[in-house]
Ligand binder design. Structure first.
Ligand SMILES: N[C@@H](CCC(=O)N[C@@H](CS)C(=O)NCC(=O)O)C(=O)O
Ligand SMILES: [Fe+2]
Length: 305
């Protein structure tokens, strides 16, 4: 079957010598998450990808030092934020998109399959009817092959499910923000055991990304600092992944990958912040409505995950 979204992404990357985004990464060590501010140097229009709201699960307190560092950078550079782009509903950190939207403007967007994720988590958390589960908490939903611009930068959206059903990668100029599909070559790939996750689907999504031109720059959403490495890193290339990704380098078959991924997933503990994260991120980063005493609560489903 012809893959027209992928063909469009490939030609966009090859044509992007004059369409190169400026990329600033912010690493959040408590959750190992990389947030990116991506801008067009000519127009200074920009997007923020996968922002982090600081959250202390012991006290239930939110704080804003990670988000405020983004605000300071955006203001210092004089950028106009068009978008707060999520690669997926994260299970390991809370999104700061609503806070950043209030400070900087811009629209919050995610993949259209978020509706599937909202239905699963809405049920798990027994959310009230105020939670609509139709994607309307977000300002915009993307589908595979969608094209838009950030200033003069071309952006193509690729649906890359497997880690979650709604995962998308953003191809911006010649750079790809892969979300949680692959990690750095020495760490491998994302887990596929969350609700709606699937190792076989993840393999196919990774193969799609790995069929982009070899020189394509790939930007990770996390780095977990594998043994033997001292510094966090988050940028690699299609070629480097194909040669050396410990889970999915050239020559690894789909069946081999699925067997490895499913066996490894059985050994992984749930992310530290999964319960607060999904309750908030399924609502585009908004907390559930406050109760009649004015206090906002998050739920813990007992023996249900
Ligand atoms: N230790 C981290 C683990 C988070 C985690 O499970 N991350 C997901 C992405 S959201 C993953 O794919 N991890 C792969 C792995 O840990 O091998 C935490 O508690 O937050
Ligand atoms: Fe994730």
């Amino acid at each position: 079957m012809a893959d027209s979204a992928l063909a469009a992404a490939s030609s966009q990357i090859s044509a992007a010598q004059t369409d190169t985004p400026q990329i600033k990464a912010f690493f959040d060590e408590p959750t190992f998450t990389v947030t990116y501010v991506v801008h067009d140097p000519e127009s200074r229009h920009a997007a923020i990808i996968d922002s982090v709201l600081d959250y202390d699960p012991a006290s239930g307190r939110t704080s804003f030092s990670s988000a405020n560092a983004l605000v300071a950078f955006v203001e210092e550079k004089g950028l106009a934020i068009d978008w707060h782009l999520e690669t997926h509903a994260h299970a390991d950190h809370l999104s700061a998109a609503p806070y950043l939207k209030e400070k900087l403007g811009g629209q919050i967007a995610i993949g259209e399959q978020i509706i599937t994720v909202q239905q699963a988590f809405g049920k798990l958390f027994n959310a009230g009817t105020d939670f609509e589960r139709n994607g309307s908490d977000f300002d915009h939903l993307w589908k595979d092959g969608d094209h838009f611009r950030i200033g003069n930068l071309d952006v193509t959206v690729l649906h890359v499910p497997g880690h979650t059903p709604a995962c998308i990668a953003y191809v911006i100029g010649d750079a790809v923000f892969v979300g949680d599909t692959m990690f750095m070559p020495d760490y491998g790939t994302a887990r596929a055991d969350f609700p709606g996750g699937d190792a076989r689907t993840l393999y196919q999504s990774a193969m799609r990304l790995l069929s982009l031109p070899p020189e394509t720059r790939l930007f990770m959403c996390h780095d977990y600092l594998p043994e033997g490495r001292k510094d966090y890193v988050w940028e690699t290339t299609v070629e480097a992944e194909r040669q050396a990704n410990v889970h999915i380098h050239d020559g690894v078959s789909e069946d081999e990958f699925v067997a490895m991924r499913e066996a490894r997933d059985k050994t992984l503990a749930m992310p530290r912040l999964i319960l607060p994260s999904v309750q908030v991120n399924m609502r585009a980063g908004h907390f559930p409505p406050a109760e009649d005493n004015g206090v906002t609560y998050l739920k813990i489903p007992v023996n249900a995950v």
